[in-house]
Design a binder for this molecule. Sequence first.
Ligand SMILES: Cc1ncc(COP(=O)(O)O)c(C=O)c1O
Length: 395
Amino acid sequence: MNAINDFDDALSTIACHAGSLQSAEFENSDPIFVTSSFSFENAAQAAARFSGNEPGNVYSRFTNPTVRTFEQRLAALEGGECAVGTASGMSAIMTLCLGVLAAGDHVVCSYSVFGSTINLFKNILANFSIEFTFVDLIDLEAWKGAVRPNTKLFFLETPSNPLTEVADIGALSALAHESDSLLVVDNCFCTPILQRPLSHGADIVIHSATKYLDGQGRCVGGAIVAPEAMVEEKLIPVMRSGGASMSPFNAWVFLKGLETLSIRIQQHCRAAGTVAAWLEEQDQIKRVYYPGLANHPQHDLASRQQNGYGGVVAFEVDGDRDRAWRVIDSLRLFSITGNLGDTRSIVTHPATTTHSRVSAEDRARSGIGDDLIRLSIGLEEPEDLLADLAQALSS
Ligand SMILES: Cc1ncc(COP(=O)(O)O)c(C=O)c1O
């Protein structure tokens, strides 16, 4: 087990300050602009703002100062030009697809993505004549072989949910760019504290802010980090008319979450590393999935590409679904829920929850069996988590 603690201190400073606004009241914490619309000095100004001839806020579906602070802070953390806050992680993916794809375009996507992403692509966007090919995340030849003349986008998560497979972002970016395609990375598991996909050649970063960016399991939200021209020309028009906007209150929760992101992620990593190493030694467990383990197939790549290995650990129990459910039901400190990235540790049975709508065939292909359990390690004392796991495994 390698411990990597090479966290970038400058990111902590950006996380506390980027995009901050101060009103005439000189408050020290960012204000929340809870307003659906903005008023104008006169009718001419209203007309100028609506037409875009004069910059400024019009309506919170289009822009809101608190959402803008969150967007600027996240873009700065990811090293990107711009960000767009959205109502959820899924609406970030949908808004991006509606903005940059058209009927007849083709997308190559990893099998190892969140279940709802597969559903959105296969069962919803495919109805609008967008074509999808799914490939093995770590098989570069498969990505290459899937490219068609109409390919516009490569989509992946790394590390993947829930099996923590790690993709080579640099190699996939070179491949995507050979066919003039955009490389999109869902950076939910790492956050910019552990991995900045744009610095490895990705074009766009997706976030489910619901996870570590909030970090306390309070709000649903998402974001797209993208070049300014793409945001202006392709994404804002979809936001304005499609309306998958982030609420100002949620944006405030997320931007306050960003202020503590670095320190939280460091602790999630330390505790998850301890839990993964312990799980590996247990007889009742067949296999542990965590990129920090030396026997993880992409451990070296993860060590080069990431500043740490994250807070999610998955493992297979020695037994069937009933055995997995028994272990889950016996845990006391872990909440049984589909979320991750919370201060509270979470246990999930992916096959019957987060990935239950994925066909059994696709689940089998991506290695999500009935014996698989996913843990999101929270901020509790790691020894307490180990004691809880020990009693649950011996149940
Ligand atoms: C990797 C990943 N991407 C996207 C999403 C979707 O995010 P949201 O639930 O905020 O819509 C999730 C949700 O679990 C996720 O795990």
